[in-house]
Design a binder for this molecule. Sequence first.
Ligand code: SF4
Ligand code: SF4
Length: 253
Amino acid sequence: MLGIGLLKGLGVTAKNLVGSFHDPARLVTTEYPEQRTKLPENYRNFPFLVYDGTAAIDGLRCVACKICEVECPPQCIYIIPDRDEKGRPTKKPKVFDIDISVCMSCQICVEVCPFDAIKMDQQYEIAEADRFDRLLLKREALAKPNSYYQEIHPAEAAQVDAMLAEARRKADAKAKAAAEAAAAKAATAKPGAANPPTRPPAPSGSTPATAAMKPATAAMPEPAVPPVQPTQTPAENSATGNPVAPKTGTPGA
Ligand code: SF4
Ligand code: SF4
């Protein structure tokens, strides 16, 4: 019937009007900035750097590998790795800047980071009068604790924490197994070094190889010496005229 829909709509409006005076579920206005609406977990704007422990800079997970800098489409990340006194990289960023006036909140830097060191923030009160300096966030401003990450992205942070704990457990187990293998190897090598295998002393003037060959030659039977037959007729003693007895024995004796 004509007008039924209109009456239903007016009824919903009247119900919300009355309910807005006493039912918090029907209060749709948030009195910002005194009150703030809780943001959904998937909301994101600009990246921040996660650190573990209490030391903001020393605890940064970032190892200054520069993957995010390379992959950032508008090239708004700038990193200089820190170095020790010998000039070797220390796996820490000395400079880590993000120009959030250029950042387009694509989250690619988060996706490519192998160390879960950079995450998307939910901080939206970032209006500044100077867009050339105040919107260039430096390492100190970007560093935020893991507890903050757990607060704004609880489900995602729980997954990351579990994954990192598992990785740490595997690394510890691997290191322990390697240490045990090294200790076992050292223990087996020691008795051998203290008691080297003994051999009978080789005769002087012979090398170990010839000494080793000795028993084999000693075990071989002596070649039979055939009896030597006189091949000549007994010669006559030229002095006496008597025949000379033939010599017996081995040739050369
Ligand atoms: S935030 Fe991640 S990807 Fe970027 S430099 Fe640090 S460790 Fe590498
Ligand atoms: S969110 Fe996207 S644009 Fe912003 S710093 Fe990360 S990769 Fe670059």
